[in-house]
Design a protein around this ligand. Structure first.
Ligand code: ATP
Ligand code: PAF
Ligand code: BAL
Length: 289
């Protein structure tokens, strides 16, 4: 595996690979890797000749009072995990390499970026769309891999790729969980031993909602309120939101039909955690995706 921190050098490696007919799979991350990230690497490895993973904690997507400074970092550990999983190139640029001057030009995400997490993270999706479009221009991947845990992020990136004509296929990968159901996240590190058991409430609430859907419930608001009440009543947990939306435009789904997502976000101590349940519902048929 090659570890590269220069854009010019990375472009050279990718140009050479493409000239020899290789396809490029790309996994953008912020590092401190866990099995969730590594499942994206596995998917990229299966589908492509050259696998590029980026690790970059992007300042542009953090709000002023968020956790940019204490976001966990361990590049050496990440590098050896990636090597074991068959990654070909680790791109780990510095902030100066990615942002050598103040950004004058950014990718604005309007409606999709203002829903769900966008209500509390006001400039977050502009920061994500901007850095992902820079990374797409640098890496020029055939396919790029994103986790379903960040369901809104997948919707934003899919739409950006359509709106701005990026020649890349977006592949979304199922959420990898701890044995007790907690979605893996680098931010789980912030949880204290006292908080950790309570953090599973997001998953538990979504599972209860799934049972109600399988029993025939189709009212989006009832289900969102149900999930919200379970999460809000858990000790040490503060609900941010619980909403039922259509997967493609993130608009509220009052009646569950088609591709829908129940999304939930909550604060557990210093950690802001998200999770979701994604379903395709056609009348009486319910399929989890
Ligand atoms: N549990 C998971 N299962 C599958 N994919 C995941 C999981 N966690 C993160 N990813 C995906 O990995 C990619 C990089 O995410 P990121 O580095 O922000 O990791 P994270 O663990 O979600 O961290 P954070 O705590 O910042 O949300 C994203 O596409 C994200 O959706
Ligand atoms: C896609 C991403 C790497 C952009 O910084 C980040 O939002 C993430 O890790 O999900
Ligand atoms: N996984 C999304 C990155 C963030 O929360 O900033």
């Amino acid at each position: 595996m090659r570890r590269i921190d220069s854009i010019v050098e990375l472009r050279g490696v990718i140009r050479a690979a493409k000239q020899s007919g290789k396809t490029v799979g790309f996994v953008p991350t912020m590092g401190y890797l866990h099995e969730g990230h590594l499942s994206l690497v596995d998917a990229a490895r299966r589908d492509n000749d050259l696998v590029v993973v980026s690790i970059f904690v992007n300042p542009l997507q953090f709000g002023p009072n968020e956790d940019l400074d204490r976001y966990p970092r361990d590049l050496d550990r990440d590098s050896s995990l990636l090597e074991q999983r068959g990654c070909d190139v680790l791109f780990a640029p510095s902030v100066e390499e990615m942002y050598p001057r103040p950004m004058e030009t950014m990718v604005e995400v309007t409606d999709l970026g203002r829903r769900l997490c966008g209500k509390t993270r006001l400039t977050h999706f502009r920061g994500v769309a901007t850095v992902v479009s820079k990374l797409f221009h640098i890496v020029t991947p055939d396919r790029a891999y994103f986790g379903r845990k960040d369901g809104q992020q997948v919707a934003v990136i899919r739409r950006m790729v359509q709106d701005l004509n990026f020649p890349v296929e977006i592949v979304d990968v199922p959420t990898v969980r701890e044995p007790d159901g907690l979605a893996m996240s680098s931010r789980n590190l912030y949880l204290t031993p006292e908080e950790r058991p309570h953090a599973t409430v997001l998953y538990r609430a979504l599972q209860h909602a799934k049972e109600r859907i399988l029993a025939g419930e189709r009212d989006g608001r009832t289900l969102a309120n149900f999930v919200g009440e379970i999460v809000a009543s858990e000790p040490m947990v503060k609900l941010d939101y619980a909403e039922t939306v259509y997967l493609d435009d993130l608009k509220p789904a009052d009646v569950l039909e088609g591709r829908v997502m129940i999304a939930v976000a909550a604060y557990v101590g210093k950690a802001r955690l998200i999770d979701n349940l994604q379903l395709i519902i056609e009348g009486g048929t319910v399929r989890e995706i």
